[in-house]
Write a protein that binds this ligand. Structure first.
Ligand code: ADP
Ligand code: MG
Ligand code: MG
Length: 252
């Protein structure tokens, strides 16, 4: 489904990703952990297609296509969801309009009929109940004046509405209080299915108490230095990152 091969990428002339390999198969939930500054957010920005990141070498295969060759819009339409792409504020565009446009763009691409206003409203209201958002948020401009927690709920709402094939969530180290943790983890767990994959990027072990991943990776210095199952996250919580990084150094 997603296959990253020996990816090297830099920003402002500084090499950040240094030979990253990762394969995500349908239905799998992967966690990418790692110390601050290891390149976690850089990886998500590169997959999102942000222009200020330069790909130096390597490849990313997505549903048999070359992801790095696709426009940002094509990535989204093909069923790739990147959480942080959407917390941007869009003054003057209502949340309802934005969501319906995004959902219908994906549905067109997948050969499904578009949702009319009535069907859309029915669906979005159900999903809003699940994430705990009041209906007034439909009519407010996208993320404008939303609190951190409201943006988080809105992000999970977008993900539930878009039903992506692969969701990549970069849970930055700040602002994930217990309520937000619950919203994100319930949103992810609800969407788990044999066809859908998720990559949860986090510095925090705590999130993985709620989202139990199939595979855990440790990123350090722009490479994956260790891969294991959910017990690896537990071990990292108890012992920190030091021992993993030391073992990786010895092997290098
Ligand atoms: P993480 O998400 O794992 O904390 P990042 O991917 O944010 O790590 O950052 C990895 C490294 O790249 C850090 O040393 C950071 O300072 C650097 N970096 C990230 N973005 C930029 C940028 N826009 N300009 C310069 N350096 C950057
Ligand atoms: Mg960081
Ligand atoms: Mg980060």
């Amino acid at each position: 489904m997603l296959k990253i091969n020996d990816l090297h990428a830099s920003v402002e002339g500084k090499q950040i990703l240094r030979g990253l390999n990762l394969e995500v198969k349908p239905g799998e939930v992967h966690a990418i952990m790692g110390p601050n500054g290891s390149g976690k957010s850089t990886l998500s920005q590169v997959l999102a297609g942000r222009e200020d990141y330069t790909i130096d070498s390597g490849s990313v295969e997505w549903l048999g296509q070359d992801l790095l060759d696709m426009s940002i819009e094509d990535r989204a339409r093909s069923g790739l969801f990147l959480a942080f792409q959407y917390p941007i504020e869009i003054p003057g565009v209502s949340n309802a309009y934005f969501l319906r446009t995004a959902v219908n763009a994906v549905r067109r691409e997948q050969g499904q009929p578009e949702l009319d206003a009535i069907d859309f409203l029915k669906l979005v209201k159900e999903e809003m109940k699940v994430v705990g958002m009041r209906e007034e948020f439909l009519h407010r401009s996208v993320n404008e004046g939303f609190s951190g927690g409201e943006k988080k709920r809105n992000e999970v709402l977008q993900m539930s509405m878009l039903q992506p094939k692969l969701a990549i969530l970069d849970e930055t180290d700040s602002g994930l209080d217990i309520d937000a943790l619950r919203v994100v983890s319930e949103g992810v767990n609800r969407l788990r299915s044999p066809e859908r994959s998720m990559v949860v990027i986090t510095h925090y072990q705590r999130l993985l108490d709620y989202i139990v991943p199939d595979v855990v990776h440790v990123l350090s210095g722009g490479r994956i230095v260790r891969t294991g199952d959910a017990s690896l996250a537990k071990e990292l919580e108890e012992r920190g990152y030091g021992w993993v990084l030391e073992q990786a150094d010895e092997q290098a």
